[in-house]
Each structure stands twice: as structure tokens, then as C-alpha cells.
Design a protein around this ligand. Structure first.
Ligand SMILES: NC(=O)c1ccc[n+]([C@@H]2O[C@H](COP(=O)([O-])OP(=O)(O)OC[C@H]3O[C@@H](n4cnc5c(N)ncnc54)[C@H](OP(=O)(O)O)[C@@H]3O)[C@@H](O)[C@H]2O)c1
Length: 262
């Protein structure tokens, strides 16, 4: 019986990269998306092909759910239960940037509410629901080793005054990881954050030129764009192995961006 993962925001970008790497490891996948059904179906196809090429058979299905909405999160969990009946990994990946990149002094309440809903409230309550399921499963199946991984950002500690809401949501997500790490430790459920740097995706496409320049100037010791598969490989490694005596950890996948230099 395959292990099962829910990956939120799996239709494109980093979420697709994560799903592809988990497919290689033989995870059955609930591919969540918000609006782009076509992209989610394509991710599903790619994952099944990827698994086949790696000699494993997996099942995937696409679930539409806006993770900022209570009823949609419930449906995501319920449909995954119906389809697979177990949960070994939740990846809180779905996220949006500020509705407009505008100066902090002019940022809007609309953007604040949307960003907080999708990037913070969604992962918080989805983790709560997933944890309840994992705890119950763990009582019946002692051999299962479920995990929760959230995708943070260098914006959790790097100021961008044109998207303050995004930075604040990611800073709070880091605390969320620590909170759940403590609360879920007694059931043996580790909770991790992967902290990506500048990654090529639709989210960063509008600022590609700026980041091209910053990377060329050496903003990261490893002078290249990060790719969705870089993040995916880190998630898959954590999901597949067990790092005993380790929870609440942040794993930077950022080309060394976080290292201060003099
Ligand atoms: N790109 C970077 O440089 C970077 C760096 C650090 C951290 N991150 C984080 O990595 C995660 C993925 O970013 P990305 O660059 O891959 O973004 P992206 O290319 O814009 O893709 C966003 C994904 O999230 C989904 N999504 C958006 N709103 C959603 C909602 N309300 N409910 C469910 N799914 C939703 C989208 O689904 P649809 O296709 O249906 O719209 C899509 O699959 C985010 O949490 C982001 O903050 C990104």
C-alpha cells in the first residue's frame, strides 16, 4: 500500500515540483489546486509518468479547494479520505503574493486579508485537520510515520516594503511550524518548514529581470535561480527518510541566501 500525500497548490510551480519528486518515491497524491484545473490535470499526468519511469505505480487525483475557505479545506480532507483512506504527508505549499506590489504606506486591507487567508489561515487549519487524522491513524497503525511540511519563504525574515502582508504571513508560518512541532511531538509527528529562496515560477515571473540582475550580482552564493525541483527534492528527502530527534526545523533551499557575509 503506497504512502499518501496531500500537496496544496500542486497545479503549478513549486507544488508541481514537489509532487513530481514525491511521485518518484511512490507516494499516491492528492493534487490540490484553486482555479487551474487544466494545470492540475497536467501535474497528475506528469506524476504518473514520472512514477512509471521510476518503476513505481501510483494513483493521483485532482482536488479543487481554495485553502483559504473552511468548507473547501474540509472537502479536501474528506475527498482524500474517500479516495486513499490514509495520510502520511501534508505539504502546505499553496500561496499567493500580495494582490499588488504597493508601498507599505498604501497597501490595502483587501490584499492583507487575502494573503493572510491563503498563506496563513489555510495552512494553520489544514494542518489542524490533517493532524487529527494522522493522530487517529497512528493509534491504529503504529508503523506509519506521518509528517507535515510547510513551504515558508526567505520573506519571513527579509523585508520587502512593497509586499508587507506576504512577509508577515510567512513570518507567522514559521511560528506555526514551531507550535505544531511542539504539540504533535507526543504522537511522533515531525513538523518542518522548507524555506525556499528565489525560485523560478509564475509567482516570480513578473520580477524576473530584477532577480536576474540580483543573482548575477551575487545575492546568493550559488549564482542561479532555484527551480521547483530543488524544493521538491528537499521535501521528498524529508518525507522519505526519518531524521530522528528532529522537529520544528527550517531547511533552507535558497542557494545560501540566508548566510550573512562581511
Ligand atoms: N517562487 C518563489 O520564489 C518562492 C520563494 C519562496 C517561497 N515561495 C512559496 O512557495 C509556494 C508556491 O509558490 P509558487 O512560486 O510555486 O507559486 P505559483 O507559481 O504562483 O503557484 C501557486 C500555486 O498555488 C495555488 N493556489 C493559489 N491560491 C490558492 C488557494 N487559495 N487555494 C489552493 N491553492 C492555491 C495555485 O493554484 P492554481 O493553479 O489553481 O491557481 C498554484 O498551484 C508559495 O507558498 C510561495 O509563497 C515561492
Amino acid at each position: 500500500m503506497n504512502r499518501v500525500a496531500i500537496v496544496t497548490g500542486a497545479s503549478r510551480g513549486i507544488g508541481r515540483g514537489i509532487s513530481l519528486e514525491l511521485a518518484k518515491k511512490g507516494f499516491d497524491l492528492a493534487i490540490n489546486y484553486c482555479t487551474r484545473q487544466d494545470a492540475a490535470e497536467f501535474t497528475s499526468q506528469l506524476c504518473r509518468r514520472q512514477a512509471e519511469e521510476n518503476g513505481v505505480a501510483i494513483q493521483t487525483f485532482e482536488v479543487q479547494a481554495d485553502i483559504g475557505l473552511d468548507s473547501d479545506r474540509d472537502r479536501l480532507i474528506a475527498q482524500t479520505k474517500d479516495r486513499f483512506g490514509r495520510l502520511d504527508l501534508l505539504v502546505n505549499n499553496a500561496g499567493i503574493t500580495s494582490l499588488e506590489r504597493s508601498d507599505l504606506l498604501h497597501s490595502t486591507e483587501e490584499s492583507f486579508d487575502r494573503v493572510m487567508n491563503v498563506n496563513l489561515k489555510g495552512p494553520f487549519f489544514l494542518t489542524q485537520a490533517a493532524a487529527a487524522w494522522m493522530i487517529n491513524d497512528g493509534i491504529l497503525h503504529k508503523d506509519r510515520r506521518p509528517k507535515i511540511i510547510s513551504i515558508g519563504s526567505i520573506s519571513s525574515y527579509t523585508v520587502s516594503v512593497n509586499r508587507g502582508d506576504y512577509c508577515m504571513a510567512k513570518a507567522a508560518l514559521r511560528m506555526m511550524t514551531r507550535l505544531y512541532a511542539v504539540r504533535l511531538a507526543e504522537w511522533g509527528i515531525p513538523v518542518y518548514e522548507i524555506c525556499p529562496g528565489v525560485i523560478q515560477s509564475d509567482m516570480t515571473a513578473p520580477v524576473k529581470k530584477k532577480y536576474d540582475r540580483l543573482i548575477a550580482e551575487g545575492i546568493t552564493p550559488i549564482k542561479r535561480w532555484g527551480l521547483p525541483e530543488d524544493v521538491g527534492a528537499a521535501v521528498a528527502r524529508l518525507a522519505d527518510d526519518r531524521i530522528e530527534f528532529c522537529t520544528g526545523e527550517v531547511f533552507n533551499v535558497d542557494g545560501g541566501f540566508h548566510i550573512r557575509q562581511l
